[in-house]
Design a protein around this ligand. Structure first.
Ligand SMILES: Nc1ncnc2c1ncn2[C@@H]1O[C@H](COP(=O)(O)OP(=O)(O)OP(=O)(O)O)[C@@H](O)[C@H]1O
Ligand SMILES: [Mg+2]
Length: 359
């Protein structure tokens, strides 16, 4: 892009002032990562505070002005909050942070995260996993490392928590510090702090993916997370039953709300059907048919996968070996496909919103 094009566009955008102030958005340093290509223009609008009431007003003003005074027809403006851009040292070499969330509990979120993490590692990526379910950590058991304790180390005068590595995945969980019983009595702020600490003090090093197994619902923890790190996106797990779908919808709305603004990478429909071993051609839709698929269609989201109910998934989880580690199983293949779809979604989201450099 020619420098004059940037300059011209910046000049035009400098006509937009911050409501109630005489200052314009260019001199306030609110426009970042300005890029043009043919009739396409994209940039980020940076806000200091997530509760800024003028995010949409300013965005609309920019769009109107560009339509009026330039030939760009394809205008992409992303609203970004500055607090999201500052990464703690421990996460500097982490490329993508992906949260896995569900509205309802017990839909198989931890199972999906565990298998997704191992699948990504099998695909050659460097992978970390934070069990953000402070109240009921289940990742240690699913990886067969329950009872292990994480230890601290010092580097350049800073203290780090060293993750426990299993199946090529670096793991941190509150389960490595306390037993379940004492975690359940923690109150919201304490739990949020614990999660922050796992993220910011984890000795993560270089990672392609850091996955976060969030607790069910839309709690303090979710908001803390969004305010602590810049998430690449969120994956929503649901089962096809109505109550789970209703809660999944709440989760989607939370991530998409303006103050949160986390891209949704797609939806996973778990427990989509059951096929008995003796009737391999039959599919029994125990919780209703295609509920997750339909929700994805309705919301315009990618369906990352439909996973059947398979006894070995449950048994493998209980035995501490995620089923995908057994690469010959059919369900293992389904998890590998799921991982490839997540990789694709992440790649798409990342090209739209490249890491910000303020011009
Ligand atoms: N596709 C599946 N087939 C068979 N069993 C499954 C499947 N997915 C999950 N399960 C089993 O269902 C139970 C709940 O799964 P999991 O713990 O992953 O759910 P969760 O959403 O993380 O729950 P919580 O809300 O408690 O964190 C586990 O026993 C798990 O092994
Ligand atoms: Mg769980």
């Amino acid at each position: 892009m020619a420098a004059t094009e940037i300059e011209n566009t910046r000049k035009i955008l400098s006509e937009v002032t911050y409501p109630g102030s005489t200052k314009d958005i260019i001199s306030l340093g609110m426009v970042g990562n300005l890029q043009t290509e043919g009739t396409k223009i994209s940039f980020r609008l940076l806000f200091r505070k997530s509760e800024d009431p003028f995010t949409l007003t300013i965005k609309k003003k920019c769009e109107a002005l560009l339509k009026e005074k330039t030939a760009y027809t394809d205008i992409h403006i992303e609203i970004v909050f500055v607090q999201d851009l500052e990464r703690p040292l421990s996460l500097e070499k982490v490329t993508h942070i992906v949260a896995i969330s569900s509205g309802k509990g017990g839909v198989g979120k931890s199972t999906v995260v565990a298998n997704l993490a191992v699948a990504l590692a099998l695909d050659g990526y460097k992978v970390g996993l934070v069990d953000a379910d402070i109240f009921g950590p289940s990742i240690p058991k699913m990886f067969g490392v329950q009872g292990e304790r994480a230890y601290m180390m010092k580097e350049d005068d800073k203290e780090y928590i060293v993750p426990i590595e299993k199946y090529g995945v670096k793991l941190l969980s509150m389960g490595f510090f306390v037993d379940d019983a004492s975690a359940t009595v923690w109150r919201g702020p304490m739990a949020s702090n614990a999660l922050k600490q796992l993220l910011e003090q984890g000795y993560w090093g270089e990672l392609d993916y850091l996955l976060l197994d969030l607790p069910p619902g839309t709690s303090d923890i979710h908001l803390t997370l969004v305010q602590t790190v810049a998430l690449t996106g969120a994956v929503i797990v649901t089962t096809p039953q109505q109550v789970a779908l209703a809660d999944a919808r709440k989760g989607i709305n939370m991530f998409e709300s303006p103050g949160v603004n986390v891209p949704i990478l797609g939806l996973v429909e778990n427990m989509a059907w059951f096929t008995p071993a003796e009737l391999p051609d039959k599919k029994y839709y125990l919780f209703g048919r295609d509920g997750g698929k339909k929700l994805a269609e309705e919301k315009g989201l990618r369906l990352l996968g439909q996973l059947p109910i398979v006894q070995s998934v449950c048994e493998a989880g209980d035995a501490g070996q995620p089923i995908v580690a057994d690469t010959h199983s059919v369900i293992g293949e389904a998890f590998m496909n799921l991982a490839r779809n997540v990789e694709q979604s992440v790649a798409e989201v990342s090209t739209i919103s490249k890491r910000v450099k303020v011009h």
